[in-house]
Design a protein around this ligand. Structure first.
Ligand SMILES: *Cc1c(COP(=O)(O)O)cnc(C)c1O
Length: 247
């Protein structure tokens, strides 16, 4: 009898990824968007390195992680891939992540921006960031209000080591296509408005919005980066993720 190693089955990742790519392409065609203007960020929180690597070998070039510790533990096991931090970042973790990710999408306060500035200066790098906007004004979510967004962006863009590349949002969950599109439309207007008014010289060309349940609506309203997790990797298992999963 031959002993079988438990080979992790990752074929579902490849199939899911194809489906997501088809839906992105269909949404672009339907809403008059160019496919090259919509970047896919595969969201890999709680996902094992094997499953992430399957996605990378199927052409995923960018991943999003929520937690500093989890990303730093998995990173040495990953195929080369560009990582973005998309989860709330505490200032005491900033020193561990600056220089290790290509972008921090979840900048939600000047206090955090100042900490990133300091850490970036220390190692002599510039950091790409997005300003997080709480478009639905939800208590439970991070981000500045839409009303504060322009002033916040102007302040962020003045930090010499920060490169403000655009806006990120997680809108309220809704079953209504109309409501979803209203939030995304509001973000699009804000994005265009701020691009035209920004006082400092930053290249603001990323509007990061749309997740597994609403990326089609986000593309319809002008998203340039969709952050998709469960539609690619399946339902998340948080049971190991309070302490970082053993890999
Ligand atoms: C988890 C997460 C996503 C992806 O969510 P899915 O619904 O699984 O696609 C996107 N953005 C942020 C900020 C997240 O935390």
């Amino acid at each position: 009898m031959t002993e079988k190693w438990p080979v992790p089955d990752t074929a579902d990742v490849e199939a899911n990824l194809s489906r997501v790519r088809e839906r992105i392409a269909a949404a672009c065609a339907r809403y008059g968007r160019k496919e090259e203007d919509v970047t896919l960020l595969a969201v890999t929180k709680t996902v094992s390195a094997e499953r992430i690597n399957r996605a990378v070998s199927c052409g995923v070039t960018k991943i999003g992680e929520n937690r500093v510790q989890e990303y730093l533990q998995k990173q040495p096991l990953l195929l080369p891939v560009e990582a973005h931090l998309i989860g709330h970042l505490q200032t005491n973790k900033v020193g561990q992540i600056v220089g290790k990710v290509a972008m921090i999408q979840s900048v939600d306060s000047l206090h955090l921006a100042a900490a990133i500035q300091k850490a970036a200066e220390k190692i002599g790098v510039r950091v790409d960031i997005l300003a997080e906007v709480n478009v639905g004004g939800e208590e439970s979510k991070s981000g500045v209000s839409p009303e504060e967004a322009e002033e916040f962006c102007n302040e962020l863009s003045a930090f010499p080591a920060l490169n403000l590349r655009g806006l990120m949002t997680v809108p309220p969950i809704s079953d209504s296509e109309v409501k979803k599109r209203q939030y995304f439309s509001r973000m699009s207007q804000l994005f265009i408005d701020i691009q035209g008014k920004i006082r400092h010289n930053n290249t603001m060309n990323i509007l990061s919005m749309g997740m597994s349940d609403d990326y089609v609506e986000a593309i319809a309203e002008g998203s340039t980066m969709v952050r998709i997790g469960s539609a690619i990797f399946g339902k998340r298992d948080y049971s190991h993720s309070v302490s970082v999963p053993k890999l």
